[in-house]
Design a protein around this ligand. Sequence first.
Ligand code: MCU
Length: 396
Amino acid sequence: MKLTAASLILAAGAIKPAIAASCPAFNYAAPLIKNPLLPNPYQLQDGTPVTTLADWNCRRDELLDLFQQYELGDLPPKPHRLGTRFYDASNTLALTAYEGDKTIAWNVSIQYPKTGTGPFPAIIAYGGPSIPIPDGVAVLIFNNDAMAQQNSASSRGIGKFYDLYGKNATASAMMAWSWGVSRIMDALEDTPRANIDPTRVGVTGCSRNGKGALVAGAFEPRIALTIPQESGSGGSACWRLSDWMYANGTVTQTASEITGENVWFSQEFAEFSPNGTIPLLPVDHHELAALVAPRGLLVIDNTAYDWLGPWSDYGCMTAGHTAYKALGVPDHMGYSQIGGHLHCSFPTAQQGPELTAFFQRFLLNNASASTTVWKTDVVAPFVLSQWADWTWPTLA
Ligand code: MCU
């Protein structure tokens, strides 16, 4: 069936709601409403304003559900059996997932700090790290491409995730990777011999893998620190802001382009590809950042490339930061955006205080590290009140 905005609403009815029973019922038949502004993170779908932490937790469930429905596809729960082994000769965590009559296996290699006894904090690096990792933090190499291929638009349904859940699983590559991150967390919790402290695990990636890291940080609450690097459109950018940039003459990546380029998003998301349809999308990426709150989030961006949507990144994350303000922890989220360097080559100008401080505070137990950082060299100012007809509540 060709999906249209209207048929999407009907199709959505088939999706199993993930929203807690104590929350207001979610109306899957509610029509999509055209909204050119950034959607209000602080209002439940039934119109109730978010005024308490309990309301916010309901809203979080709604947002997780909406992102699955419209952008990312369904995230399956933990498989009925997950086998984990640790091989200390090769520092390899071996995972095997079983579902129905299907089995998949994959390895995560661990690079341990040279000194110290552990359990160590760690960072899961999509495809290997492209930021400097400080002493004392282990690196877990996640081969996300093997979990869900991302070569082009014809990568749909290819990779271990789809060997387990079927080629027609609705999960996009980014949702499949997030599932993989959750299984790594399960494995670390179940395998003390790996000597990693599961309460101090971060996730990072650059560019396409930065988009993926942000999604995993939003969906996996056991992740203590999320560092998306130069993720651009589909990551730290908002679709609405990128469309505005494009309409005003900057050749930046938009939803229209991204849905044809690769399989980072679900097939349903292509519904929002035709020009003028993004205002119907009930979420935008400020709400993806909001889902990471109150956990550590350092967004690293680069103004050297229009394609990354620098103004959209900055504006979107400014809007997302309101969730950290609402929760009383504004310094748990940092933003650092500078140009003058190649894509994914981390410049020393972003090392301190931002990168060092976030690692110190969220993975290395240094509660006094100052993580107040909000900087950009983007030229055009972003005025939140021009893009939001809402303010944020005080939830803490
Ligand atoms: C910034 O991430 C992507 C971008 O979305 C794509 O359009 C481009 O082709 O590749 C970038 C990337 O992943 O570069 C490594």
